[in-house]
Design a protein around this ligand. Structure first.
Ligand code: ZN
Length: 368
């Protein structure tokens, strides 16, 4: 199915009181709007992603992502995106506010499932407060059970919503209102409490994030006639690390740290050394499925600290390159990784350049 995820990130955020619009502030390790983009990518539900922004966005490598300029009001921005998609063979659009970074991938899937039999699917929540309605000087009680609050992503059959935006001449606050104004049927599904809109700075602190920590250690013997890999980087050296795999102690320690934080045993459980199919496996290929699982479960890497223990090669010489390699393999920013080189005063196997060891500690954030 050809779905498009439209992310509205053109708002000025007057209530946020910052020069940097809120959708670009840093929020749990990355710009706020990137949380929605990353989830859309991870869900694998979308053929394309459109970010509507009035600020140029750099460093987007993914070819399925397109950045277009927004309008003054939210409604104009979504209209621009819908116009842009004309003749692009899109079946459904998911329109989402960048200020709601905390929805789950599960919600995306639920919305998508409901689109099979509906032309508009909207998530909503109820309130626990006691709502009143003010009319002039008089207050009126409202029935809480009948009151609902709509959220985004709001999902539509592209052709239908496109037609309605062309007909409509009024300003609307969301696309659901547009559907209702034209008396079209809207399918409501249960939204998520965590999927709140970040409006003020204090909203940034609202989410209940759980943190988990994991520790990893590894050591391999150095042998001649093998290539040396550390953190996925090939390093010129007199020997390489012995082992069933490429012996990359850095990646092995990190994998064990990640599994530890996820409370999923250890690297040996997933890659038993007596299994032929793992013979000579490259460590980035051992990391990839673990990382995929980590994202699927709703974890995000917060930071990683590494001690690489060897007499030579000189860690300081390769530090930047190893960190760049790890940042690429783990899909995190370089500033989330710290690498320390540690020698052992020429003591023991490591001191004689017969082995290299590594320890790593990782911290994961979890939010469903
Ligand atoms: Zn190992």
């Amino acid at each position: 199915m050809s779905n498009c995820f439209i992310l509205l990130a053109a708002g000025k955020g007057k209530r946020f009181k910052s020069n940097n619009p809120k959708q670009f502030t840093n929020y749990i390790n990355k710009p706020l709007f990137m949380h929605s983009v990353d989830k859309a990518i991870q869900s694998k539900l979308f053929k394309s992603i459109i970010i509507v922004s009035n600020i140029p966005i750099k460093n987007i490598k993914d070819k399925s992502i397109k950045v277009i300029k927004g309008g003054r009001e939210r409604y104009q921005s979504s209209q621009k995106a819908l116009n842009f998609l004309k003749n692009k063979k899109i079946k459904n659009v998911f329109i989402h506010d960048a200020a709601r970074p905390n929805f789950s991938i599960k919600l995306l899937k639920k919305l998508n499932n409901n689109l099979r039999n509906n032309k508009a699917v909207i998530p909503f929540i109820k309130t626990k407060n006691s709502p009143k309605y003010r009319k002039g000087n008089r207050l009126q009680n409202l029935d809480r059970d009948k009151l609902i609050f709509t959220q985004t992503p709001q999902c539509f059959d592209y052709k239908t919503i496109y037609k309605l935006t062309k007909l409509n001449k009024r300003l609307v606050t969301d696309e659901a209102s547009l559907f209702l104004n034209y008396k079209k049927k809207v399918k409501l599904i249960k939204g998520e409490e965590n999927n709140f809109k970040i409006t003020t700075k204090s909203d940034l602190e609202k989410l209940n994030i759980k943190s988990f920590y994991g520790i990893g250690f590894d050591i391999h013997r150095l042998i001649k006639n093998k290539k040396l890999y550390l953190g996925g980087l090939k390093i010129p050296f007199h020997s390489g690390l012995q082992g069933h795999s490429d012996g990359d102690v850095v990646l092995h320690a990190i994998i064990d740290g990640l599994l530890g934080a996820m409370r999923k045993m250890d690297i040996g459980t997933f890659y038993p050394s007596n299994k032929k199919r793992f013979k000579n496996i490259r460590s980035p290929n051992m990391l990839a499925p673990i990382l995929k699982n980590l994202h699927k479960k709703g974890y995000f890497i917060n930071n990683i600290d590494i001690n690489l223990i060897c007499e030579r090669p000189k860690v300081s010489k390769y530090r930047e390159k190893i960190i760049a390699s790890l940042s690429n393999l783990l899909n995190v920013n370089k500033n989330q990784i710290n690498l320390k080189g540690k020698t052992v005063e020429k003591l023991g196997l490591i001191g004689k350049e017969e082995a290299i060891a590594c320890e790593a500690i990782v911290s994961l954030n979890y939010y469903a």
